[in-house]
Design a protein around this ligand. Structure first.
Ligand code: FMN
Length: 360
């Protein structure tokens, strides 16, 4: 059953596309700088994540494993990660904890990229022993603990979980005992600041907000069930832009922040870096690239994102990714209205770097 589900996820990641919910990125506007005073060759895209330096603020997020098809995908993604020098997460390793026969579908990433930075992946409900096994399985540099409750409750009762008590304490236990940094990750519904604050106390190293607007696992699971599809919850969750603003407000400078969920261009990446993310995560587009043109298409796509990011940085006069946080952002539309209601000051973003000259 799990194997079929994983195949369905790969298939639906190609055919369904994003949404119907929106990321909110269209509400986030940079202010064009007609005098950037910088040369193309001066643009630096390095970033620090989990205490390590990477050439790009980009990571390949958790997608697959546990099936032969997943091994093919993981192999190509790991090779692309090696080429780009970026981190990568494997998909949930629950399948390999159940049956050691499928460990190789995850371990393939280490074979392809022995010196790479890889993240293990399990549910936030996994035990500390399971977390340790997942880390050891791929000699991981960090572990992602995923939160996917809307997906679990959408799955048919015989497949999905219904026990969600005790996650916070469990995360704390894993953070205390894991030999590597622990990242708590959503899967497309976002993290609000209330939960970010509770998670900050657990000793984790990073939050990966994964908001709505990209891959939608409520829709994916409804599609798998076939008709009648229940569309009531297709808009559920926090848009990626909204979730990031909320989480950055309480967590910036305390843990690393990864933003993902519907990031589809170098402009989107620049937007999330400007809003406070340290890293941008991508998932579904890489599945589509893989099936269109294998590893090469994945690399081409990542290189195109890098090029676009560099263009934005040049046009804004941001010499490094951290300078993007000093550039003014005007936040309009639903994202702006959401922020007002949640007491997050829009002016803090819009007035960045602007000092009125004293008169006279
Ligand atoms: C086919 C597929 C499988 C996924 N499997 C996992 C998983 O096993 N564990 C996890 O934490 N996230 C998983 N995700 C979620 C992604 O890591 C990511 O958070 C989400 O898809 C939003 O990014 P996107 O809009 O760029 O796809 C999966 C996504 C896709 C497309």
């Amino acid at each position: 059953m799990r194997g079929q589900r994983k195949l369905d996820h790969l298939r639906l990641a190609q055919s369904l596309g994003d949404g119907p919910a929106k990321t909110g990125f269209d509400d986030i506007h940079f202010v064009h700088n007609c005098l950037p005073e910088i040369n193309s060759a001066e643009i630096r895209t390095e970033t620090v994540f989990c205490g390590k330096k990477f050439p790009l603020p980009l990571l390949i997020n958790a997608i697959t494993g546990g099936i032969e098809e997943g091994k093919r995908v993981n192999r190509a993604l790991a090779r692309a990660a090696r080429q780009m020098g970026i981190p990568m997460a494997v998909g949930s390793q629950a399948a390999a904890l159940e049956s050691s026969n499928v460990c190789s579908t995850y371990q393939v990433v280490r074979e392809e990229n022995p010196g790479g930075f890889f993240m293990a992946n399990l549910s936030a409900g996994a035990s500390p022993e399971e977390a340790l096994q997942a880390v050891e399985m791929i000699r991981a540099d960090a572990i992602q603990l995923h939160l996917n409750i809307p997906q679990e409750v959408t799955m048919p009762a015989e497949e999905g979980d219904s026990f969600f008590r005790g996650y916070l304490e469990n995360i704390r236990c894993i953070a205390e005992t894991a030999p590597v940094p622990v990242i708590v990750k959503e899967t497309g519904f976002g993290i609000a600041r209330e939960e970010a604050l509770r998670l900050l106390d657990t000793g984790i190293a990073a939050l990966d907000i994964e908001g709505k607007g990209g891959t939608n696992f409520i829709r994916v699971e409804e599609e798998r069930k076939g008709s009648p599809r229940e569309e009531v919850f297709f808009q559920w969750g926090l848009p990626t832009a909204v979730s990031l603003v909320e989480v950055a407000e309480v967590a910036a400078g305390r843990v690393d922040i990864v933003a993902g969920g519907g990031l589809r261009s170098g402009l989107d990446i620049a937007r999330v870096l400007s809003l406070g993310a340290d890293m941008a995560g991508i998932a579904a587009p890489l599945v589509r690239c893989f099936y269109q043109g294998g590893e090469e298409a994945v690399i081409k796509y990542l290189q195109a994102l890098e090029k676009q990011l560099r263009k934005v940085m040049l046009m804004l006069g941001a010499g490094d990714v951290y300078q993007l946080r000093e550039k003014p952002l005007v936040i309009l539309g639903e994202t702006g209205r959401w922020m007002e209601q949640r007491g997050i000051r829009l002016q803090t973003f819009a007035m960045r770097g602007f000092e009125k000259r004293p008169e006279g």
